[in-house]
Design a protein around this ligand. Structure first.
Ligand code: IMP
Ligand code: MG
Length: 180
């Protein structure tokens, strides 16, 4: 079993690259079928989705545009704690078909925030494409149309996802090994 060590945690391969790419290919096919003639604007959410975005976009064959946004966290003044601001949306979204490209939907709060913010820019429609969903942790009701894979509620790294900034560069997805 191939294991890696990042800081205090050990991880083992749980989803090999070939399995990831097969599902990315399927999702791309669904988008090509559904959004042909809509000139969708893919909005990739950095940093985590950079690798998924690259592999997905190579398989999108319909006319489209791609751009990148980022969520900046800062401490809110109120007890709500962290507030996330969406930065980097330079395009006019009016009347556009948007596809948000995310790495993982966990509680769904990040996606909810993105939908709220982008919704104020008068797009025609917003679709969600995510590499991963942890269904056990979902707290909000989201219509997640394009999902490469559903995974259990374990911490993962690789293929863009990080532990404390590290591990994004691995081509496979690794799951943390819980040492009791
Ligand atoms: P949510 O707002 O709870 O849906 O959180 C989504 C964000 O949490 C993702 O964009 C990731 O940055 C991070 N995240 C959630 N689960 C994991 C994981 O297992 N590994 C790495 N990052 C994760
Ligand atoms: Mg993310």
């Amino acid at each position: 079993m191939e294991t890696i060590q990042i800081k205090d945690k050990k991880f083992t391969v749980s989803i090999p690259e070939a399995d990831i790419l097969r599902e990315v290919e399927r999702v791309a096919g669904e988008i090509n079928r559904d959004l042909a003639d809509k000139n969708p604007l893919f909005l990739s959410v950095l940093n985590g989705s950079f690798m998924f975005t690259a592999d997905l976009m190579k398989r999108i064959t319909i006319p489209c545009e791609v751009s990148f946004v980022k969520l900046a966290s800062y401490q809110g003044i109120a007890s709500t704690g962290k507030v996330k601001e969406v930065i980097g949306v330079n395009e006019d979204l009016t009347g556009r078909t948007i596809v948000i490209v995310e790495d993982i939907i966990d509680t769904g709060l990040t996606m909810q925030r993105l939908l709220e913010t982008l919704g104020t820019r008068r797009p025609k429609e917003i679709h969600i494409a995510t590499l991963l969903v942890k269904p056990e942790k979902l707290k909000v009701n989201l219509d997640i149309e394009y999902v490469a894979m559903h995974i259990p509620n374990d911490f993962i790294v690789g293929y863009g996802l990080d532990y404390d900034g590290l591990g994004r560069n691995y081509k496979d997805i690794y799951t943390v090994i819980n040492e009791e």
